[in-house]
Design a protein around this ligand. Structure first.
Ligand code: ADP
Ligand code: MG
Length: 616
């Protein structure tokens, strides 16, 4: 025996080890074979699976096929017709990158390949087992390639035992299949599982493909997105908020047609939806990014489906903006899509005369401006229009609403509904809002009633107000009779110091005194009365620290946190005028439906629904 300890591994074992990297489970074989078929220019690809791929995975394509030499070569490691330079790794139209897939597969399975180029009379059949070629012969075959992989991991028992149940492995296979099918909607795909047709996808466009895979209900749920610059273009579809699911099932990113995962980009998408989604739900999306391969970091393991790019931040922002734009065009954002949502009948539109001027670019009815702009300049025209439009929609909800406005202060003195609808007798008291359990406000509307969560509603109102103040105008503060001192621990003092400019802008009269002390001379007029100054500031710091939302910029985060800290809490009794004011202000918000944290602000009950409940 040689006394050298270092030896070269036998080829077969080296191949098996390498194979373990590329091929982890049957789904990896599916991915590699189907991607090769796509690369070969096939427009029909047939995938046949038996026993979750443990016993058979076969891919038949009508692509370019291979010559006899190429067929033999393709099974060698690092044999590839595709890789030319590193930049090609993510080049636009080929999936393969290392010439290792086939070599890996033949190392750990029994493989039969039949292939013929359209220009050749005869094709080639090669049978391989554990990297050993068992047979190679001419064969009559249709143009294209068929590769059958049997008994995966037959010679690596540890791996084979490691495989999960058939249903789990099959799920992985379907996932890979769907990803590739989404990236190539013009290719026809058929999937057979245990001799049954499982999913057949005819050639079409992306929209048709998405609907074919995810179901007809997606017909009305897809919002196209599209945007392009020199370095980056974005296309595809995002789902309307209704398409969002509690589980992560419909999220697809493709970079240069390659499926990737990216929690970073996923975050950008979620942020684009903002409050349109509740916290725990995932939006549906199939998004294609085309990026100059030179800008992609290729030093990432190719099978991990992860990717790094230069300008990550830029791509993040661009993606977010693109989706917002798409949702906006589909009237989902920033106003709510009343048309498709159709929560209320648009048939009667007799909102009060005060509101009917809202098409003009006049400053909006004072009702809208009550929150922050006490000292304010008029709302910018475009924003005003948006508000107006939103408001008009809400007015239909609160049909016949009359608002009495104090002409000096712009305060809403009282709002009440004028005529009762249709045939009902007028009932002056019927419409007064009332509180339930010191928690909800019940407010009648034409078609039924709203159940409003007082805290969520107030958070929404404050949040929008704070944001606006931070953006455009300093708020007035209400000076306390006696200045108070807030003593903070070191870290909190630093945080407070960093928030000071924004807090001052929001109307906090606050000054650092040194040694972690701050003098509080006043708080925003909006918040005075209901809140103890020091408590409020401490709550704010506490929540600011826990509410770490990387996405939101400084303004947004502060506005959210402060809204949270200052909103009317559950258990607080409200006067009728307070309730009315809350309702008015809520519906003057840009997004009255949800609180900044995604919780609903109100639920609508219609008489129809209630009637159905009684129907028995
Ligand atoms: P890669 O895809 O990275 O090049 P593979 O091991 O997957 O590496 O394939 C090796 C080569 O075999 C490919 O570059 C291609 O030339 C050829 N090949 C594989 N599958 C097919 C196919 N279905 N049709 C035509 N050629 C194929
Ligand atoms: Mg390949």
């Amino acid at each position: 025996m040689s006394d050298n300890l270092v030896q070269l591994l036998p080829d077969a074992i080296a191949n098996q080890i390498a194979a373990g990297e590329v091929i982890q489970r049957p789904a990896s074989v599916v991915k590699e074979l189907v991607e090769n078929a796509v690369d070969a220019g096939a427009d029909e690809i047939n995938l046949i699976i038996k026993d979750a791929g443990k016993n058979l995975i076969q891919v038949i394509d009508n692509g370019c096929g291979m010559s006899e030499t190429d067929a033999r070569m393709s099974l060698e490691r690092h044999a590839t017709s595709k890789l030319r330079t590193a930049a090609d790794l993510f080049s636009l139209h080929t999936m393969g990158f290392r010439g290792e897939a086939l070599a890996s597969i033949v190392a750990i399975a029994q493989v039969e390949m039949k292939t013929r180029r359209a220009t050749d009379d005869l094709g080639t059949r090669i049978a391989v087992e554990g990297s050993e070629v068992q047979a190679q012969e001419p064969v009559a075959a249709p143009p294209g390639t068929s590769i059958a992989v049997r008994n995966l991991f037959y010679n690596v028992p540890a791996r084979r035992n490691f495989l999960k149940s058939d249903s789990v492995e099959l799920r992985h296979i379907r996932e890979e299949y769907i990803r590739i099918a989404l990236a190539h909607p013009s290719v026809r795909f058929d999937l057979h599982v245990n001799d049954k047709l499982d999913l057949s996808l005819v050639s079409g466009n992306l929209r048709q493909r998405v609907i074919a895979i995810f179901g007809k209900k997606y017909r009305d749920l897809l919002v196209p997105i599209e945007e392009a610059t020199d370095v980056l273009s974005i296309g595809g579809y995002v789902g309307k908020p209704e398409a969002a699911r509690k589980s992560k099932v419909g999220q697809f990113f493709f970079i240069n047609d390659r499926y990737i995962r990216s929690s970073y980009l996923h975050h950008a998408v979620t942020m684009a939806y903002d409050e349109l989604l509740s916290k725990e739900s995932y939006p549906f999306y199939v998004i294609f990014l085309e990026i100059d391969p030179a800008r992609i970091d290729v030093n990432v393991h190719p099978t991990k489906q992860e990717i790094k790019f230069e300008d990550e931040r830029l791509i993040y922002n661009y993606l977010k903006a693109t989706i917002r734009h798409g949702l906006g065009r589909a009237s989902i954002m920033p106003t709510i899509d009343f048309e498709s949502d159709n929560p209320f009948s648009p048939s009667r539109t007799s909102y009060s005369p005060t509101m009917s001027q809202s098409d003009s670019e006049q400053p909006l009815p004072s009702k809208m401006n009550r929150e922050t702009p006490r000292s304010g300049s008029p709302t910018p025209p475009s924003e005003a229009k948006r508000h107006a439009n939103n408001l008009r929609q809400w007015e239909q909800l609160y049909e016949n609403l009359e608002v009495e406005v104090d002409t000096d202060t712009g305060e809403v003195l009282q709002s009440r509904l004028g005529q009762e609808e249709d045939t009902d007798a007028p009932s002056p008291h019927g419409r007064a809002p009332f509180q339930l359990h010191h928690r909800y406000i019940v407010s009648a509307i034409k078609s039924g009633w709203l159940l409003i969560d007082q805290q969520a509603a107030h958070e929404r109102i404050l949040y929008e107000g704070f944001l606006q103040t931070l953006r455009d105008k300093p708020a007035t503060s209400q000076t306390s009779l006696f200045p108070q001192t807030l003593d903070l621990a070191h870290a909190d003092a630093d945080l407070m110091q960093s928030l000071l400019p924004q807090l001052n802008q929001l109307g906090f009269d606050l000054e650092a005194f040194g040694g972690g002390s701050f003098i509080v001379r006043g708080i925003p007029a909006e918040l005075a009365g209901r809140n103890n100054e020091l408590d409020l500031l401490e709550r704010l710091l506490q929540q600011y620290k826990t509410n770490v939302d990387l996405s939101s910029d400084g303004h947004d985060r502060l506005a959210r946190t402060l809204a949270r800290a200052a909103a009317i809490k559950r258990g607080t009794g409200l006067e009728e005028t307070e309730m009315r004011s809350l309702i008015d202000r809520l519906f003057a918000c840009e997004q009255p439906r949800v609180a900044p944290n995604g919780k609903k602000c109100f639920i609508k009950y219609t008489l129809d629904e209630v009637e159905r409940m009684f129907a028995g």
